[in-house]
Design a binder for this molecule. Sequence first.
Ligand code: ADP
Length: 394
Amino acid sequence: MNTKSDSKNVLVLNSGSSSVKYTLFDLSLNRIAKGSVERIGSAEAFIVTDTREVCNVPDHNTAVELVLNKLFSNVIKDKNDIVAIGHRVVHGGEKLTLPSVVTEEIKDEIRKCFNLAPLHNPHNLSGILACEKLLPGISNIAVFDTAFYQTIPQYAYLYALPYYLYKKHNIRRYGFHGISHQFVAEKTAELLNEPLNKLKLITCHLGNGCSITATKYGAPVDTSMGFTPLEGLIMGTRCGDMDPTIVSFISTSENMSLNDVNKLLTSQSGLYGISGISNDMRTLTEESEKGNERAKIAIEMFCYRVKKYIGSYSAALNGADAIVFTAGIGENSPTVRQKCIEKLDKIGIEFDASLNKETRQGLISKKDSPVKALVVPTNEELMIAKQVITLTNN
Ligand code: ADP
């Protein structure tokens, strides 16, 4: 099939540890193509477009090359029809606070954040380097997951550590999933038919990684992920909040290096660690319904942590106008949403169980609930494309 478009386009790339996801938009933000290369580096690597094809993909450069070959053979005429490439970059540190055209200095700053987001930043940069090589002359624009959080006040982003550690090493809360929280906040305003600068929102991004953000009149005031994406909610394999003394305690009592303890907290904990079965909420829901006690407690703990954050962010905002659920779990699990927000009527959330079961996008609280609750599917790629177009127009 050959349906090559005449339009100019923006390509958005999300380069992860073993996958490169791509979306092509025209300049009116219509989606033209979408797909991914997955299991990079393994013998079972494949590319998904309209179909799924097994390929040899040893590295990210090959993955991007495959994506471009697909696009050039089916969707776009040549590289000049790509106005710019937007890249999701997870950690921008204190310096990278706006979408930025990638230069040598920007790449150096992204590298400086490698140790803060080791699961993400190195792969994000690989995607950029591959595009520089394969599409010379086309602008690469980095959009940072941390950038949305620039408005968080100092009393919320500082840790209660000796102040010199902040000055010397920039140890502070950065916040992540900003691209998603910003998209969802804007979309919620649209759905509620209210201007964003009049709304106080609590957005819950519940995917493999989970975070919750309080946004007041369009600007975030607090968020659950911190110095790294490990803090806050319980996640697929990440522990979220806990007493920091546990780190040295495990290191001593299990005879593990600090590095190994870090790995345990990042990739062996969370839903997976508690249940001992899976990091996948679908599996845990099924197992819990069959009576598996550890799957059940993992889900209880997950939802209770979300509920506690909703309570504390309601206080931070002096009352929210709406609580919003997004990402894999937030969009697809009525069970989890119910456990997170039922019995919160004393803080104004009047939950509607039947709307919650049916709704794909929109209200899950009673229509006249003082605090609304909604489901809003996220679209990080669209948010990146929007920011790329704004930057290139300027
Ligand atoms: P990522 O952070 O990798 O982008 P996603 O946003 O895709 O993750 O979310 C992945 C999570 O969403 C997994 O825990 C998965 O089990 C969960 N999920 C997806 N669909 C459902 C569903 N129908 N019910 C419960 N959980 C779901």
